[in-house]
Design a protein around this ligand. Structure first.
Ligand code: A4P
Ligand code: MG
Length: 170
């Protein structure tokens, strides 16, 4: 049996019906060869970082996969394209964004793939869902996930959808 790796993947959507895009993406990731989702955060409504656009629905999952980093990246990009992903404005609105956050303890930085994801430590829309499934994560060389979350801007809201469903919509 081939080697299995652990990867954390961030999901985001803010066009058409984001919840449908995210739920479908979960099924499509599950269907990738030698891949299973072992944990998934809730869905969160988050303040968009970048140009003005609708709030973004974000989540993070943990997968166990036999795919190597580039094979996983290309498989995720194929899923993005099948969701009509268009790349017009950097950080602009998107039907589906799938980013590799971590892949075992791999550290790499080239034109096509950077692991750990280069901006994850600055973004509570990634860290808060990630903490839900990896509460003791220490992100080398940046620090413990709790400290990173505290350092980021609290104005960048990250609200669990379940919380909103209880009537707490801000
Ligand atoms: N790439 C390099 N490393 C990776 C990686 N670890 N995972 C390359 C995935 N892709 C990686 O990505 C651009 C290029 O990054 C790809 O060609 C790939 O080879 P993209 O998905 O085409 O474009 P993007 O997502 O707009 O750019 P980027 O640089 O990934 O943006 P970020 O940093 O992911 O930011 N605000 C909220 N609230 N929630 C969000 O989800 N997302 C962004 C995108 C901005 N603001 C947001 C959110
Ligand atoms: Mg991306």
């Amino acid at each position: 049996m081939s080697q299995l790796f652990i990867s954390y993947i961030a999901l985001g959507s803010n066009l058409e019906d984001p919840i449908v895009h995210l739920n479908e993406a979960l099924l499509e990731i599950k269907a990738l060869p030698n891949t299973k989702i072992t944990q998934a955060s809730q869905f969160y409504r988050t303040k968009p970082i970048g140009p003005e656009q609708p709030d973004i629905i974000n989540a993070v999952i943990k997968v166990e996969t036999g795919l190597a980093p580039y094979d996983l990246l290309h498989a995720l990009q194929k899923i993005e394209l099948e969701h009509g992903r268009e790349r017009i404005i950097r950080f602009g609105a998107r039907t589906l964004d799938l980013d590799i956050l971590l892949f075992n303890d791999v550290q790499m930085n080239d034109a096509e793939l950077t692991i750990p994801h280069p901006r994850m430590q600055d973004r509570n829309f990634v860290l808060i869902p990630l903490k839900e499934i990896a509460p003791d994560l220490h992100l080398a060389p940046f620090g413990h996930i709790d400290d990173l979350i505290t350092r980021n801007d609290p104005e960048d809201y990250v609200i669990p959808l379940d919380f909103e469903a209880l009537g707490n919509k801000s």
